[in-house]
Design a protein around this ligand. Structure first.
Ligand SMILES: *Cc1c(COP(=O)(O)O)cnc(C)c1O
Length: 376
């Protein structure tokens, strides 16, 4: 059996919606994009939102709108996709990597306390793998230190924390519609915010520094971060399907539990109290995780590691003290992020994965461990 890691759920409805958009002859950001903005805001319970070309640029745009730039520092969890930190670097600011907790590897607020300096301007919680970070602690911490909050919600569309949407707690919340996210438009990003002032900044920054389209007078410097109605047409169908996507992902998670809960060698991510869980991946932890992934790959099951800790990234070594930077990038400061990488296995949870496929993955994992036992 061959099981891919990612498989977007696209069908006839998307084809029809795309065809209708082409027939309408309006392919740039237009009526379908506006409709999507309204519906996405409705979904999140937010007042303001704008598109970005992708999730990385959504984070960059959000940071710029908050005035983050050179000389500033932003707290970023050590266990995340590298885009979280790269967006900070794009602004000229410095990402400061924070150790994560030991049960679901989200940003660890007590550790943040030691990393705050006079230059710290913002904290970027990442709602990792489809569950919310502890936003009560994040917001409380940010208020105490007078920091902005930018939520990386790329992996948590539809996730709620204490009844409120992930992405709607901070000053800005950023989303991605890449092919492996809960809603897929190929590429795509979105930024929501609460304050009208920030909204206007977002609009100016993404539209060549002006609020009016078609005017050639530009009060501020801005860029082109527009979307297309081709993507929005697909996105509207995906939004319509969102509750079905969520149901399926949660059912698949139940199947994984059904087939793996009796296996002592394996544990699952612990869900953050107050958050629901719409798995972006099903992450399990075990000994010999990397050998297990090699075995699964031989059996046709495509898996991924947990994110390589940011403090270990070759491309960020220059930020460390050893290379003249200011960060203390020693592994000893990040045992949980290192543990997650060494012991984690990310399994597929795309919406059309069948119970037969999950059962097969379960069998392969059990086989691997029984084989390991026999080998002593
Ligand atoms: C996918 C992702 C991003 C970046 O989104 P793109 O649309 O791929 O640019 C940022 N942060 C996290 C946590 C992600 O998973």
């Amino acid at each position: 059996m061959k099981i891919p890691h990612v498989f977007p759920w696209l069908g006839e409805e998307e084809i029809i919606a795309l065809g209708a958009t082409i027939e309408s002859n309006w392919i740039t950001e237009g009526p379908r994009s506006s409709e999507f903005v309204n519906k996405f805001n409705q979904l999140l319970g937010t007042q303001y939102g704008v598109f970005a070309p992708n999730g990385t640029l959504a984070l960059y745009l959000g940071l710029l709108a908050l005035g983050i730039g050179p000389e500033d520092e932003v707290l970023v969890p050590d266990c995340t996709f590298i885009a979280s930190a790269n967006a900070v670097l794009m602004t000229g600011a410095k990402p400061v990597f924070v150790e994560v907790n030991d049960y679901n590897f989200q940003i660890d607020i007590p550790k943040c306390e030691y990393l705050v300096t006079s230059r710290t301007r913002a904290i970027m919680p990442v709602h990792l793998y489809g569950m919310a970070a502890n936003m009560t602690k994040v917001i409380n911490f940010a208020q105490r230190h007078n920091l902005r909050v930018i939520e990386d919600t790329a992996q948590a569309i539809g996730v709620k924390y204490k009844g409120k949407s992930a992405g709607s707690f901070g000053d800005v919340g950023c989303f991605s519609f890449f092919a492996d996210k809960t809603i897929a438009t190929g590429e795509g990003g979105f930024v929501v915010c609460r304050e009208q002032q920030i909204y206007e900044k977002l609009e100016q920054l993404r539209n060549q520094g002006r609020l009016e389209r078609g005017s050639y007078i530009h009060p501020t410097v801005g860029f082109n971060f527009r979307f297309t109605d081709l993507q929005a047409a697909v996105g509207l169908v995906q939004l319509h399907r969102l509750s079905a996507i969520i149901r399926r992902k949660q059912t698949i998670l139940e199947w994984y539990h059904k087939y793996l809960d009796d296996l002592n060698e394996v544990t699952f991510l612990k869900v953050e109290p107050g958050s629901n869980f719409i798995p972006h991946r099903v992450v399990i932890f075990c000994d010999r995780a990397h050998q297990l992934m090699a075995y699964l790959s031989e059996q046709g099951v495509q898996c991924r590691t947990v994110f390589y800790p940011l403090h270990k990234q070759p491309c960020f070594a220059y930020l460390g003290k050893a290379q003249g930077g200011t960060l203390d990038l020693d592994d000893d400061n990040y045992p949980n992020a290192v543990y997650a990488y060494e012991h984690g296995v990310a399994l597929p949870v795309f919406p059309t994965l069948s119970e037969e496929q999950v059962s097969y993955i379960g069998d392969c994992i059990k086989e691997f461990f029984s084989f390991s036992v026999h080998q002593g």
